[in-house]
Each structure stands twice: as C-alpha cells, then as structure tokens.
Design a protein around this ligand. Sequence first.
Ligand code: AMP
Length: 119
Amino acid sequence: MTYDHQNIFAKILRSELPYSTIFEDNEVLAFLDIAPQAPIHVLVIPKGEYKSFDDFTANASIEVVGRFFSRVSKIARDLDLAESGYRIIANTGDDGCQEVPHFHIHICGGKKLGRMLPG
Ligand code: AMP
C-alpha cells in the first residue's frame, strides 16, 4: 500500500485543515487530538511520509527515529506529564485499529488511565 496523500494528517501537514499546535520543528508536529480520550491527548507525527509505526521504524533512519521518540518524551515532559505519568500509543494496522494512515503517537495523560486494554 502506498502512502495516501489525502489522509487527514497529510492535510494537517499542508495546513489544509485546522489544528492546535503543541510543538513543531523541522521533523515533527504535535497537535491536540480532535476527540480527546483523556484530559491531555496529543498526537505526535513525523513530517515525513510514513504510513505506520512499522513503516517508520523499518524505513526511516535510526537518527530520525531516535530524534522522533526523543521529541515525544520532551513533549510529554513539557506538558508536565513526566511525574504523574502518561501513556503513549501507536495503533498499527488493521488489528491495531489504526484509523489515520500516517504514523502517529498518542500521548494521553492527566488522569489515571486504567487498564491498558478494555475487557
Ligand atoms: P488512530 O486510531 O490511532 O489512527 O487515531 C487517529 C486519531 O486521530 C483519533 O484519536 C482521532 O480523534 C484523531 N483525529 C482525527 N481527525 C483529526 C483532526 N482533524 N485533528 C486532530 N485529530 C484528529
């Protein structure tokens, strides 16, 4: 499957849709999730065209992957989540129920999040 340039996050990266920026640099954009599942729910995406966590880790350089995850932890720290704790999630593919085919990390926090998976 090739990268879908019409996916929602590709449109956000082209500023074709509104979004609330939390952090941005030349490689990474972080913005508020439109349907938050926790008091703090931020999405972090690479600016490169990667469909999923699998695609990103298989095809981006180790430096890009390392810088990306370093940004994720910095963003969580800057959101004052490091001490209270938080959860990062990378829904991947069909069974992972990934809806948007541009790799993203969810950062969720601001309350006790409960069990890792429902049921
Ligand atoms: P996933 O199921 O991991 O692919 O998550 C996709 C996430 O994108 C969901 O949590 C949605 O609420 C979120 N989302 C969808 N459209 C937008 C948008 N326009 N702006 C911000 N977040 C969005």
